[in-house]
Design a protein around this ligand. Sequence first.
Ligand code: ADP
Ligand code: MG
Length: 922
Amino acid sequence: MALVQPIGLSEPDAPIPPGGTPPSGDAGRVTPMMEQYIEIKAANPDCLLFYRMGDFYEMFFADAETASRALGIMLTKRGKHLGVDIPMCGVPVERADEYLHRLIALGHRVAVCEQLEDPAEARKRGPKSVVRRDVVRLVTPGTLTEDTLLDAKRNNYLLAVARARSSSSGDDNRFALAWIDISTGEFHITECDRASLSAEIARLEPSEIIVSDALFADADLVPYWRTLPAVTPLTRDVFDGATAERRLTSFFAVATSEAFGTISRLELTAAAACVTYVERTQIGRRPPLSPPLRESAGATMAIDQATRGNLELVRTLAGERRGSLLEAIDHTVTSAGSRLLAQRLSAPLTDPNAITRRLDAVAAFVEDIASRAETRSRLQAAPDLARALARLAVGRGGPRDLAAIRDGVQAAAELARALVALKESPAEIADALQSCRRPDARLAAELSQALADELPAFKRDGGFVREGYDAALDETRSLRDASRRVVAALQTRYAEETGVRGLKIRHNNVLGYFVEVTAQHGDKLMAAPFNATFIHRQTLAGQVRFTSTELGELEAKIASAAERSLGLELEIFERLSAAVIAESVALKQCAEALACLDVASALSALAAEHGYARPHVDDSLAFVIEGGRHPVVEQALARDGTPFVANDSDLSPPADAKSGILAGRIWLITGPNMAGKSTFLRQNALIAILAQTGSFVPAKAAHIGVVDRLFSRVGAADDLARGRSTFMVEMVETAAILNQASARSLVILDEIGRGTATFDGLSIAWATVEHLHDVNRCRALFATHFHELTALAARLDRLHNATVRVKEWRGDVVFLHEVVPGSADHSYGIQVAKLAGLPASVIERAKLVLAKLEQEDRAKPKGFEDLPLFAAPYKPSQEMQDDAYELMVAAVAALNPDDMSPREAMEALYLLKKKLAETEKK
Ligand code: ADP
Ligand code: MG
């Protein structure tokens, strides 16, 4: 839609600032307003400048061209600069949020420049003076506070990334991350290495990342930065380690950074960059940031970006929340609860005690149905305390934010009273209830007394203070109302005096108050004697409008009373706002507590609704799931009335494992297409995530030893359908797993090796399974259509073959979705193709070809059994060269002939011979 400056506000070809500079005839001269504009723009070169002129934000020059294209608004001209037309476009102030939203989403940054004085003030300084203006705020994706610009259910993080200086530590692989959400006040810091940097960023999904110029231009990182939505390079002073402590401590007004606990120098640098950026963008306004909270490395399950993507944790591969795990489990009733749940799901814990603490809270609400219902219904009345508080703190709050504080505090207090009955409150709930009681009850009482029942969206609209709250306000209001009554009396009097019964006194924004009569009576009022009283203003088709001295005086009185009462209301607003900000620490804790109670009660509602069980989580390497289900597929099938077939899994180290070796099992799952292999794989990963998030899980029972890293990969063919992946990507990702997975990790590989020729693919899959078994020793699920791989179970003692059952019935295939020990004997590819509706002639022909191929295949020797063992024990190559002799000795020492089958002994012997031969060659 097109927006142009309303006609009449300005000359079309010469900028007349509200200060009143006459248009300059001299094409070479710069008007004072343009001078001001250019100066402000020069100070904010990387932002679009919203330059306030009356009721509009105007953009000029290149900004205008960019914005008009981005917003689809009309580009006009406004005067000339150095003899050339000035391109201009504008957006109305009251709709600015909407346009800001679109510009920010497109990756722009906006500097909002306001008029800092009344144009009348400027005029007093002389005809050439310009209204004082300055930038009051930079709007960037990571520093938003308005509800209209934010997603209520998601955090909006600004992330600062700092890297250790290679000269000082010799380690330029260390990074510190500091992230804040200024719309809620959350502030966290942590350190990580280069390998986990992208996983951390994938977890946080920051809206904006700030880095130093140097890091931004780092050759190694440039390709990565390009994949992220908004990376802002900043001058090096923002990331200066020497001044970091001072900047951070002065922001929080504390003496030393020890107040925040132990923080590394690098973390301090990242944290300081955050607060400096906040100061630069908020310009004097202080969001209620909490002191930085340190997250220790390894406290959360590492899940890289590809894994998050293909497990569809918070959004589907198509980018939607619908269909994701988060959407399936989110039963929260508040936005803050929804945000906390998303946070927790993105960062499952690794400490069994912390997980138990969360599970205890969920369990309490599972058992006590009445408390759960009570909690959820009271929470529904609790607005978004954290965001309302943040807006008030940065001076962008309105009357409804004050009301949100009032309602939130009241709901929290009532909840705390109602839940005293909750039997044996577990620690998490007890702590939350304590925090619910923290905010001063007098604050809510004061707000209740002060605020009217119906509240306007903006404080500038007035009318939000309740009658009877403030005597002075009541008095000016009654003056205003009394004058309005005088207007009514005047109408009656004028009607009587003129004998025009239809005479009305009306009001509009252009004329103010006026007398209106129908056209037929117009002449009468314009003639003597009435022309002494009535002054003609306007003649319309059907009406004639007049004013009078008396009406003018009354109007002035009404206007000044209205202005005075708005002034008083704004004073009251500031006072209440200050009282709220003074309570911000308690209010924030209260907000967090409400979110926490929401998550615990919501997860219990989920567990009750879908029959989830409490998982047992400990430090072992166990992984036993009984009757596990896929949380999302199960709900999708239920909508069609189809039952989900539950399946068991067991990846725990075998009970008879050789002592000292910590290693989980690998399940190799074969079975035809559409049998349910992928579903089974993912459900096990999702159950681990849910358990470590502190949720009950879709299973009859689950015992999970904490998973430190989770990897999930899908073979290229599956992904190609979605137009995402290539074989190369598949291999790069597989490499990452084989290089990183430890015995504590859980690895899910779905049809790896499928994206290339059969023999290539099979060989890669083969070697991958061996590596996982012998080197990574992680718990793993490996789905494959290469039946040949099942032969590996004969040699790899922790490899278990499983298959998904199907039934053949009159030449068709029936999927039972039941995972059972063993391996698939057929691919059933042709049957599936038939189900899919391939023409009968093609199916018949395919059957013939298959029969022929199988015949030839049988004629050839199999030969896989003859492959030598994987080159275990595995060591990085340099070390191998370092001391091959010692390795040989160690290899012999590690052999335990009593535990070996004759065949294993033979193989070990061959291996030793081979190694010896290699050593002698050097
Ligand atoms: P595969 O990976 O073996 O080709 P999928 O896991 O993609 O098979 O499953 C194919 C379809 O079968 C799924 O979309 C789902 O509708 C159904 N399905 C899978 N597992 C189950 C199950 N356990 N119970 C019921 N239906 C299932
Ligand atoms: Mg599959």
